[in-house]
Design a binder for this molecule. Structure first.
Ligand code: HEC
Length: 263
């Protein structure tokens, strides 16, 4: 194919339409990721901790344990009793959440302090989880282990195939620009490598939260680089490029001409 700047106007329009639409799509994807990941740790913005919570989960604490202070307040329990109650509930959650433990230790606490709002009937009115049976309580005592492998595979399937095609087209357009060939070589492979890093990061982070870096770096380099490639292609097509990006044209001087000149 000819260099992008040499294309006819209809050809340029075709590429421009593609680039604009896909870049908006990728920006939507980034925005969606941002709102679903940001603030999980209570701080604004997407932090390493947010990514760890998404994929590794928050394994120190179940939902039941996290909300206890709020719920003790709801139930009007005097502060002196909190440590004792909390310890009983913590021990039961960590100790395997046995049925026997539930009957002897947990059920009495819930009956006295919680069921006025968490009975099956009340929970429908208040839109809170019922805490009326062993199964109910176990459901909120589950430790959060992050995104399931099923959803990782599902998300991976959509992500890798869609983005693979987009990255290929973006890279191909970028190759038709007048940009220096070393820059081209590095940038066309980067989105693919970054996406693999991101994807493997999900599975590794689920095993060990220290790998959240993989997701952060992979995410930062995949879509943004592809968008950059398409942006540069757009500029080269319609406007031209700044000098530092351009391939220097080295014109080969034939040897005979050199000899003739020096003779
Ligand atoms: C005065 C009513 C009331 C009492 C008493 C009460 N709760 Fe709740 N609870 C709620 C409401 C309303 C919600 C849902 C809104 C929310 O999360 O704050 C809720 C939510 C919850 C949730 C789910 C939180 C989530 O994020 O999904 C748990 C677990 C819970 N309560 C446990 C308890 C326990 C344990 C007790 C007793 C120590 C208790 N509650 C006492 C009203 C109450």
């Amino acid at each position: 194919m000819r260099s992008l700047h040499l294309l006819t106007v209809p050809e340029k329009l075709l590429h421009t339409g593609f680039i604009v639409l896909v870049c908006i799509g990728l920006l939507c994807a980034e925005a969606y990721l941002y709102v679903t990941h940001a603030g999980l740790d209570g701080k604004t913005g997407v932090t390493l901790k947010d990514i760890q919570i998404s994929y590794y989960g928050n394994r120190d604490s179940s939902k039941l344990q996290t909300v206890l202070p709020t719920m003790f307040t709801n139930a009007g329990i005097p502060k002196e009793q909190w440590p004792q109650l909390k310890e009983t509930i913590d021990n039961w959650v960590v100790g395997g959440q046995t049925k026997v433990g539930y009957e002897t230790e947990i059920k009495p606490i819930l009956a006295q302090h919680c069921l006025m709002c968490h009975s099956v009937a009340m929970s429908k009115q208040l839109h809170n989880p019922p805490l009326a049976s062993y199964e109910d309580v176990k459901a909120v005592a589950k430790v959060d282990t992050g995104m399931s492998y099923n959803s990782m595979l599902m998300t991976g399937m959509v992500h890798l195939t869609m983005l693979g095609v987009i990255f290929w087209v973006a890279g191909w357009l970028f190759l038709q620009t007048r940009v220096h060939s070393q820059i081209k070589a590095i940038s066309v492979i980067t989105p693919f490598a970054a996406m693999l890093l991101d994807f493997s990061g999900w599975f590794l982070t689920k095993q060990n939260p220290d790998f959240a870096w993989f997701v952060l770096i992979g995410g930062a380099l995949s879509c943004p680089i592809a968008m950059l490639e398409m942006g540069v292609a757009l500029f080269d097509m319609w406007i031209g490029l700044p000098k530092f990006l351009l391939q220097r044209i080295v014109t080969e001087v034939p040897k005979t001409a050199v000899r003739a000149a020096t003779a």
